[in-house]
Design a protein around this ligand. Sequence first.
Ligand code: PTJ
Length: 248
Amino acid sequence: MISKTHPRYQSLLLRDKVKNAFKEGYLADTGMIAHGRGETFDYLIGEKTTETAKKACEAAVATILLAENPVLSVNGNTTALAIDEIIELAKATDSKIEINLFYRTPERVEIITRMFKERGWEDILGTNEEELAYIDNLNSPRATASREGSYMADVMLVPLEDGDRAEVLVQNGKKIICIDLNPLSRTAKMSTISIVDNVVRAVPLMTKIANEFKESGKDKDREFLENIVNNFSNEQNLKDSLASIKLK
Ligand code: PTJ
């Protein structure tokens, strides 16, 4: 039991979620290493959403709302840290949710599927081995793609993953939005929009932005959304993210 008065309470809470997810069998063992790397970058940006990340979140939401077939991809870490938040974002943006695992095993797929269904999200994609398609030029289980989901998707959110897939998906003409605390990662460099923030903060912020757009009717205003997207430079945003890392 972690005491709420502990100065590192939030960080310890996330560690606990990751550890429990590993014990429950759906988080890859190396997912714990990935979490540690993320933690380091989070520490360096001050464990807060920067103004730079907010801009990227806005551009990401605008891009998703403009999409024909947006898909939110989830892996072990994202499920452990932000399953409820991902469901909320999918509802707010009319997106599909698809399981995509680098260390894919039937057991992990089954547990994650069950977790989504227990929360009322029945239509989780990427689970039926027989119906899966495979993305060319990707030699890992990350290549799996459901036909009605990521195979067809024009926009995809890929939180917290290794760089191989983002690069290939962008080459395939898709708009890729990543959430990655490391602004120097291959995923961040290859993606169309890179949100340099913790998945636990970025996903709810995206939902908030989407709901604000909806309340003001701007979610249907293509010109408004396109303006946000056109005024966003991922290259500049990544430079600003790097600058927000405090080394003293
Ligand atoms: O569940 P699987 O089988 O798909 O495997 C998932 C992992 C995470 C193990 C796999 O994708 C992997 O090895 O990823 P990498 O190459 O370690 O990259 C993960 C990236 O996410 C790193 O750049 C981390 O800095 C970043 N990261 C870690 N935790 C967070 C994060 N970014 C945002 N929020 C976090 N909480």
